[in-house]
Design a protein around this ligand. Structure first.
Ligand code: SF4
Ligand code: SF4
Length: 248
């Protein structure tokens, strides 16, 4: 029997299925045995800001422009939390094994990426679209292997294909020079909250799995973004990033 990877001091609660940091969870250690102090006050304030955005979204008629603005505020919020906890995390610029996994993305997040593509010079856009087409061709092939074929606009379809996708070890079409994200300001929520406590080596395909810092802030943000997508973009699908960028 193979031995479990050495997590070197990480709070054992993070090994439990679906670990989520509750507001008030005690201090814990990262793999370098450094104490991480979650910024509870900031997190509580964020939850109530997310509740306000959610309530505003529910009170308004369909408004894709409002949806984009609301998403930008949510991104700003989770980035602020990311900055506050960054010293305790393993993530840093140029570390990008996480850009080779399937990133589940909602319609409003995809709309911001689509806007970004439209604002780029045609040659740059075409270069990205070439990669998008090649990734989608591979995704189509993999989704057709399951019986019935996986629907890549549903969470179940993504679950059915994500393991095979990881084995492909293909980078996201937007992973650029120096392993940096070329659409950093517009990257989806999951890319923003991929905060890892274990050795970055654990993120490489076939290694790990990494232990992630999951909080109620992330859960609430994910829920509100989904709700905004349904109400204001009239599309509750989730798909891998490139899948949104071509008609299916
Ligand atoms: S999630 Fe893993 S691969 Fe991605 S930046 Fe963090 S440590 Fe590196
Ligand atoms: S959008 Fe950027 S951060 Fe997200 S997977 Fe692609 S390259 Fe990585």
């Amino acid at each position: 029997m193979s031995e479990a990877p050495d997590r070197r001091g990480i709070d054992p609660r993070f090994f439990e299925e679906g670990p989520t940091l509750e507001i008030g969870h005690p201090v814990f250690m990262n793999y370098r045995r450094e104490e991480v102090h979650p910024p509870f006050e900031m997190m509580e304030e964020m939850i109530s800001r997310l509740e306000s955005i959610e309530a505003e979204g529910k009170s308004l008629p369909e408004n894709p422009e409002w949806a984009r603005k609301a998403l930008r505020s949510i991104y700003e919020m989770v980035d602020q939390l990311g900055e506050a906890i960054a010293p305790g995390m393993s993530c840093e610029a140029g570390c990008a094994a996480c850009c080779r996994v399937m990133v589940s993305t909602s319609s409003v997040e995809a709309a911001l990426i689509g806007d970004r593509l439209s604002s780029e010079p045609p040659d740059r856009r075409e270069k990205w679209m070439e990669l998008v087409r090649s990734r989608n061709a591979r995704l189509s092939e993999l989704s057709g292997r399951t019986d019935p074929p996986a629907d890549l606009s549903t969470f179940e379809g993504l679950l059915a294909t994500c393991e095979d996708w990881e084995k492909e070890n293909l980078p996201c079409p937007f992973l650029g020079e120096g392993n940096l994200c070329s659409i950093y300001e517009d990257r989806p929520l999951l890319c923003r909250v991929c905060w890892v406590l274990t050795d970055p080596e654990d993120c490489s395909p076939g290694a790990g799995p990494p232990v992630k810092f999951r909080t109620k802030v992330f859960e609430k943000a994910y829920f509100v973004v989904s709700d905004i997508s349904v109400r204001h973009m009239k599309n509750g699908s989730v798909s891998p990033i490139p899948w949104w960028l071509e008609p299916h």
